[in-house]
Ligand binder design. Sequence first.
Ligand SMILES: [Zn+2]
Length: 108
Amino acid sequence: MPDCLHMNFAANVVVARLVKEEGSLNAKEFVADVTIHCADCQHPFVFLGLPSGYSLDGPTVSVDGLEARLAVAPQGVMLPVAERSKVRGFTIGIVSQDGRKRDVREPS
Ligand SMILES: [Zn+2]
């Protein structure tokens, strides 16, 4: 990795269908988990600027920064609030040693 210029990339996207009841085939909410690594040296890339956690209302990132978690929907299809899952996700706030909070967002 030290001499690699990271010129080529490989990405993996896992799209999951979220159903309200186990065994149901009727998914109305979807999430996409994305990872990227250098195709030459395999070094993983981190996602910057996203809050840590998991949310069905917006993008988040895993605590190690390696997996972007994106709420997605078929184009033109957005569930009304009343039909959306009650569990919207969570975010993790990180407090630095100087006491300043960063990466904090209200829970969804
Ligand atoms: Zn590389």
